[in-house]
Design a protein. Sequence first.
Length: 477
Amino acid sequence: MAAQFLASHGVNIDAVMSEIQYGKAPESKGFDDRHVTKIVGARLPCQDLASLWDVSITHGVISAIERHEPSGTSIEHLQGVLHAHGNLLAPSLCHAHVHLDKCFLLQDPKYADLPIVKGDFSEAMELTGKAKERFEEDDLLRRGGRLIEESIEAGVTALRAFVEVDEIVGMECVNAAAKLKEQYESVCEIQICAFAQLALLTGEDGGARRRELMEQAMRHASVDVLGSTPYVEEDEAKMKQNIGWIIEKAMGSKRHLDLHLDYNLDPPRSGTPPMIWHVADELKRQGWNERNGTKTVCLGHCTRLTQFPSNDLKVLRQKIEDLPVSFVGLPMSDLFMMGRVGEYQEAPGMRQRGTLQIPHMIQQHGFNGAISINNVGNAFTPHGSCDPLALASFGVGVYHAGTQKDTEVLYECVSTRAKKAIGLPSGNLELRVGDEADLLLIGTREKPRLERKSVSEVVYDPGRARQTIRHGLLSTV
């Protein structure tokens, strides 16, 4: 009992006794050297910056949070003890929306003959279609593995990976993603979204072949989420059919739902009506909460909502009620894809751009929301990285969100709110006993004195020195 108690506080009694007797610790026998039982001297979110804390971890869960009491005896060298050196310890990060199969196409020699020339959406679709014709397992694993590893190094312990399903790639992207999911399961939770980027109701065969392939994907045990893109259909009626079909399939297979929706900047009362209203109606009509209430619904892009007056957002929040709906803003892609110079030749300074005002939607209207990187290194998003904190920092300017509260919301949008959006245990920004020990420590042993002490400091300037902990294990890739 005494040994177990000491271990929960970061003290390996065998190591201590060995040092007393022999001056060195014994050889590790079955103890994973990535295992963290105690983090000492950390600053925590939502706490006084002058205070340092010790966080104990037992069986992958935070078991104690106590004030750090400096003493003459250092325990940093003991197995399982990690010294924070006064840096911030916070919940780990999450990609709520990232395309795993299309990443790093611009950097991969295999696709060097497919550069961006125009930089618009139609070209991005064309280049991606050509690239998909060449997809093979080895390069899907190579590029996808790079994205996952760079994300883990940045502090990510969970991500939702979109992989396309259509007559070009068949199940190839799903199968490769399943292998990556298994390969990295100890360091990152990977949700696979079988995603219909192309129309499901439009085409020579009315999309029948694509629907057949999506149903095949539903039978794949590794698929956690179903997704589609209603706006690529040829008319409003087929957009609504797309929405109804994919909701029905997600409910029938007990999976999460993730839609690319309303990706334009049209005024809310012109042209085709915003599909967000139909999504809310259809979720209720089909009884989502009653039949699939443990699963969540994510709505990505939704840039048309930026044109909604405040009262429309208020009405939308009331309409959604208790549906488990989250909005996911994708600013890196949204701002690049919109406002092409060619569309505004007469007045290039008037180019329209828009991305969901996620912090405002959270703080003023009570929506749940997240922001995510969407794409990395392809024609939809050639710039940016796998780092969610870099995206949060970018959000300070994009959303004019520079107060302490704003930066905390931005951090939540790439961490706890992102996890909630994709249906994972999320906790709060404030660490609590009983939370899963999925954590991000700013700073490393090699550079212990960076001293980013608060969430605001981290969002203003994230730096690169980080240690990722998942279920109490230091993540190494």
